[in-house]
Every structure is written in C-alpha cells, then in structure tokens.
Write a protein that binds this ligand. Structure first.
Ligand code: GBH
Length: 495
C-alpha cells in the first residue's frame, strides 16, 4: 500500500507525487503514467529488402519455408510502415498515446549484423519516425531486438554462439550514438524465452534450428550476457549525457495451480522459474540462474551421460556484471494458464527439465489465438507476483492485448482492455505495485509470426488486400482513447 509511505513523506514535509495517491480513486492512473501502444519491426514494416536492408532470420525462414507460416503470409510488405510511418504516428496521436513502443530492425541498420556496413537510409528511417513522434509529444520506447536477427549472424550460429554478445554490443552502440539524444527509454530484448525457442525445434520460431534443451539454453546464456554488456556500456559511456533508462522485456502468463497440493505448488514455482526466472533471476536478483533451474538441468544432464550441464555457467565477473543490470522491467502478459506437475516433452528439452505442464483453461472466454483466454484477475495476480519477487524495479507493461478475427466493432477487445486495465489499476492503487507505463499490443493488425495475418491484435484495422494498407480505427481505439484522455477506466469495469 502507498499510504504509509505517503504519510511518512508528508511528515517530513516533502512535496511528492505520492502525496496525491491517497486521494486517487482506484480507477485513476497515477499522474505521469505512460499510456500508449506497441508494435515490432518485422510485424509491421515491410520493405524487407529496400534501401540496403539486409535479410533477417524471419525473412530467410519464411522465404525458404512458406509452410512454416500461415497461408504464405510473411513480412515482405506487412503494414508497409516503412513507407506509412506518418500514418502510424497519426493513429497514435488520435489515440492520445503518450508513448510508442516500437522495435528497430538490426539488419536495416547493419545489413550484415556487423559494423562493415552502416546503412544510412535505415538510420534516416528511424530518425524520421522518432522526430515525428517527438513533434507530436509521443515518447519513443525502443526495443533493440524483437526477433529479427540479421541472417548473416545466423550463418555463424546465431545466439548460441557467445560472440553474438559482442555483435549486439556494437549494434547497441550505433543505436545510442544515433538515437540516444532523443530516445530515453530502451529495452534490449523482447521475450528471450520466446525467441530462444528458435534453437529448440523446427517449423516455428526462426531460425528453426533443432537443438532442443541445448541450443535454447546456450542462446539464453548469450542473451543475458549481451543484455548486461549493453546496460554497462550505457552506464559507462552514455548515461551521464543521455540520461535515459535501459531495461529488458520478459514475459509470463499467470500460472494457476490445478490444486493446492505441495507437488502442484512446486510445479507452479518451477514453471515461473523456467519461463521468467531464467532471465529475471540473473538480471534482477543475484547474477545467476534460479537454484531450481540449475539443479534440474544439471541432474538431467548427468543422467543423460553428459560430461557437462546443458545449462552453461557464468563466471564470477559475469555475475557481477549481470546482477542489477536494469533500470526497469518490461513486462508482457496476456493470459492465465493452469499448471501441474508432470514429466513431459522430448528429451532433452526445457519442458522436460521443468517437469511442469501448463494448459489454457477453456472455461474462460476464448480468442482467435489458441493460447489466449480472457482471465482478468490473473493479470493482477501476475503483477503482484512480479513486484513481490523482483521488488525495486519499476514495471512497464510493454504488451497486453486480445486477438480476434478483425471485426471493426470489436466488443470482445473492449471488454478485455476494460477488465485487464481495471485489474492493473487494482494492482497499482490497492496493492502498491509500481507500474509506470502500459503499451497495448497492438497499435495495428500485423504479421502475427507463424499465424500470419489471420490472428488480429490491432486496435487499428489494416486492409491487407489494398496496396494502401489503409488503417481504420476499431471501436477499441476510441474506447482506449477515452481511457487515455481521462486517465481513468470506466467504473463499470470495477464491479
Ligand atoms: C508476444 O509474444 C510478442 O512479443 C509479439 O510479437 C506477439 O505479436 C504478441 O505477443 C502476440 O502473440 O507457449 O503455450 O504460451 C507472445 C508470447 C509466446 C505467446 C508463445 C504464445 C505460444 C503458446 N507468445 N506462446 S504457449
């Protein structure tokens, strides 16, 4: 609760924003709260080979294997935001967004992933976007990596190769040098747990490399080091002049235990640690992997007759570098699943190592995404959980949203946002969770990775049959605009 803090500050006579917290109704956002919307480069930009852009692993995979996508869909044109970014900014303006979360395409800046070619048209594109946002009083929140790795770096193995951390550091330096004067909110990676699956199987996540239970841990290990190296670089060379904040975006569902038996609660804990703690524990807690992850992967590796654990180890120096390497936590969460204890998954695999099984509970309202059911109370629980486990880090909800089939009168999406935002406000105003921003996923209908254009998350409709890629606000866009304007959620969603 904020009340004791407020009281003590008032006693000290310190004027502070918190002092207004007690008078704030539960349905109101704190002053200065950042409300906005999110996208990602490969999902919206198109222009996949224009003006010197290099090939990404998603370009490569969906060109070579259209069957891994949906109906031949890929990001070659997508929403054509490479040409239509001004329309995106107008949509954000109409929404009343104070922040826009977008990602930078690494191969648009460095076509070969390396510093041999720095692609000026790519830099110009993001400069134009950033400048137009700022002219419209919209703050950029930039994701450095939302899954579109330069294919050139996949040819040397991609993220399982430790040298990728050095390449990422050099790429980040180019971003700070070119955009850091105006970009004050950065996240290094979007959802490492999702994109490192690209090394744990074929047919799904790019680059579709089948090294389950090995490649995914190696990739995660590089990503954690890379994140921390970029954070330290910012501290040492940019923070004093640029004054921004650097975080990372991690994701988890709320995991509701099937029953309250001890073994089920232990499985719930393992699920959280394998999905979220794998990254959050090193970065936000103590520089190292969660004990339960370490123990289970080590034990399984030994039982499989391996001379070393499939989960690598950090050196003491790396642990010091990694520990505390974030100014805030970016948090993606959409749904709740039921969890219980069960050995499952191929050997070796993260699933098998976790010994925890999860599934959507289809007694809740469904969506067009098979994994997403509507469970608003789970959002409050997972926010409470994250702020208890990882205190001291302000949270920006970098993704949350609902998938349907594209109706302009999207009442289910309105209902989702109304209820989820109400639960988030309860977490903030009643439980004292330090959430400072929220970017709805997504501003636009876009390429939903392997599900193509069939699964729609946008609050703006995009006409993919027209070369104009016309944007049209859905009912949910005006609903959110009302919330963003009033800085409050209608009271009916709190009943
Ligand atoms: C995010 O991923 C992405 O950041 C974004 O690009 C994407 O468009 C958006 O959300 C909507 O999907 O393993 O049982 O949970 C969401 C995370 C990870 C959710 C993989 C679906 C597969 C089913 N996704 N997950 S499950």
């Amino acid at each position: 609760m904020v009340a004791p803090v407020t009281l003590c500050l008032e006693l000290l006579g310190i004027a502070c924003l918190l002092a207004t917290a007690t008078s704030r109704e539960v349905n109101q956002f704190p002053e200065g709260f950042l409300l906005g919307a999110a996208t990602a480069s490969y999902q919206i930009e198109g222009g996949w080979n224009e003006d010197g852009k290099g090939e990404s692993i998603w370009d490569h995979m969906l060109h070579e294997h259209p069957e891994y996508g949906n109906n031949g869909d890929n990001g070659d044109v997508a929403c054509d935001s490479y040409h239509k970014y001004a329309e995106d900014v107008q949509a954000l303006k109409d929404l009343g967004a104070k922040v826009y979360r977008f990602s930078i395409s690494w191969p648009r800046i460095l076509p070969n992933g390396d510093l041999d070619v720095i692609n000026q048209p790519g830099i110009d594109y993001y400069n134009n976007l950033i400048n137009l946002l700022l002219e419209n009083d919209i703050q950029p929140l930039v994701t450095m990596f939302h899954w579109d790795l330069p294919q050139a770096l996949q040819y040397i193995g991609g993220w399982p190769n430790p040298i990728l951390a050095d390449y990422f550091l050099e790429y980040a330096r180019v971003l700070f040098d070119n955009f850091g004067d105006r970009v004050k909110l950065w996240t290094t990676f979007n959802e490492p747990i999702s994109f490192t699956r690209g090394y744990a199987g074929s047919g799904g996540q790019a680059p579709s490399q089948n090294a389950s239970g090995i490649g995914d841990y190696l990739a995660s290990h590089t990503v954690i080091r890379a994140h921390a190296m970029v954070y330290r670089l910012y501290n040492e060379q940019y923070r004093s002049t640029q004054n921004g904040r650097v975080g990372i975006t991690l994701s988890t569902n709320w995991y509701e235990p099937l029953d309250d038996r001890e073994e089920t609660l232990a499985a719930q804990e393992r699920m959280f640690q394998f999905e979220f703690g794998l990254y959050a524990n090193p970065i936000l807690v103590d520089g190292d992997y969660p004990a339960v992850v370490r123990e289970r992967v080590d034990n399984n590796s030994r039982a499989e007759g391996r001379p070393r654990s499939r989960l690598p180890s950090f050196t003491e120096e790396e642990k010091r570098m990694i520990n505390g390497s974030a100014d805030f936590l970016g948090f993606n969460s959409y749904t709740t699943m039921t969890v219980f204890s069960r050995e499952h998954g191929i050997s070796p695999s993260m699933d098998r190592d976790s010994g925890a099984f999860r599934m959507p509970n289809y007694t809740y309202p469904t969506s067009s995404a098979i994994w997403l059911t509507v469970v608003p109370w789970g959002f409050r629980r997972v926010l409470d959980w994250a702020s208890t486990r990882y205190p001291n880090y302000p949270i920006i909800v970098t993704e949350n949203g609902y998938a349907d089939y594209g109706d302009l009168d999207d009442q289910e999406r309105i209902s989702y946002y109304g209820q989820y935002l109400a639960e988030m406000l309860k977490a903030i105003n009643e439980d004292g969770v330090n959430v400072i921003g929220y970017t709805a996923w997504s501003l636009l209908d876009n390429l939903e990775w392997n599900s193509g254009f069939s699964v729609k998350f946008g609050i703006y409709h995009v006409d993919f049959n027209s070369t104009e890629r016309t944007r049209t606000p859905k009912a949910s866009a005006s609903f959110l605009a009302g919330i963003y304007r009033n800085m409050s959620v209608p009271e009916e969603y709190f009943q």
